[in-house]
Design a protein around this ligand. Structure first.
Ligand code: BTN
Length: 239
């Protein structure tokens, strides 16, 4: 994987999308300072200091969008979990790709595809990870949040963390493109913190509540509402 380091940028996702044709497949664009980071559900992603990760992986697997590309966020989510586990913590996934430790968010992913006249120019997998943040700064975030240094009691070396993460990503990426979500389903479910719980999922047009019953072979959420109606949700976010 190539590393493209930026001192300061508004958003690594925005930068990667704007420069998609010049950025080679398999590049990680990462910034020390991100001034206008964006999250899912039109949220912003706070800059919590220079020793945290603000990064976007640029992927160009083919010119045609294949279904399993939608699961790349879940793939990256699991790779981040594996990397966090190397530090002795126990991350849990909130469908589809939030990562929490003890119900506090430590990482989020924002995937964006660049399509031009029906052709896929690239996929930008943006991710933020709180590696070294003070409790003071975390308290200013609009949802419960934590950081790896707080969970482990140790300062985390950002370069070393990124190195571990990219190695794990590269090791499984080609196999993931062949097998899709099934390759990671068991490991994903083992870390799912939302199953058998009452959840509310935000869809583009409405919210649905119910019990999260499971995850399908293609990574969709199976939700049973209070009338026992089953919903198979391909997109959305557990609130
Ligand atoms: C979320 O949990 O809502 C997703 C957050 C994604 C944040 C990352 S930080 C690097 C990249 N650039 C952005 O503007 N957003 C993503």
């Amino acid at each position: 994987m190539n590393l493209l380091h930026l001192d300061k940028i508004d958003s690594t996702n925005k930068y990667a999308k704007e420069n998609i044709t010049q950025i080679p497949d398999g590049t990680i664009v990462y910034a020390d300072i991100q001034t206008a980071g964006r999250g899912r559900l039109n949220r912003k992603w706070n800059d919590t200091g220079i020793e945290n990760i603000y990064a976007s992986i640029v992927l160009k697997p083919s010119e045609k969008f294949v279904d399993c590309y939608s699961n790349l966020t879940q793939f990256l989510c699991l790779i981040i979990c594996y990397t966090l586990e190397d530090y002795g913590v126990n991350p849990k996934i909130k469908w589809p790709n939030d990562i929490q430790i003890n119900k506090k968010k430590i990482s989020g992913i924002l995937a964006e595809a660049v399509m031009v006249e029906g052709a896929l120019k690239g996929i930008v997998l943006g991710f933020g990870i709180n590696l070294n943040t003070s409790q003071n700064i975390l308290d200013k975030i609009d949802q419960p949040a934590t950081s790896l240094n707080i969970e482990t009691g140790k300062t985390i070396d950002k370069k070393e963390f990124l190195d571990k993460l990219t190695k794990k990503f590269c090791l499984l990426y080609n196999k993931f493109l062949e097998d899709g979500f099934l390759l990671i389903k068991d490991d994903y479910i083992r870390r799912a913190g939302f199953l058998k719980q009452e959840v509310t999922v935000r869809l583009p047009d409405k919210d649905v509540s119910g019990i999260a019953e499971g995850v399908t072979d293609t990574g969709a959420l199976i939700l049973k509402d209070k009338n026992n109606k089953e919903h198979i949700l391909l997109i959305g976010d557990i609130l």
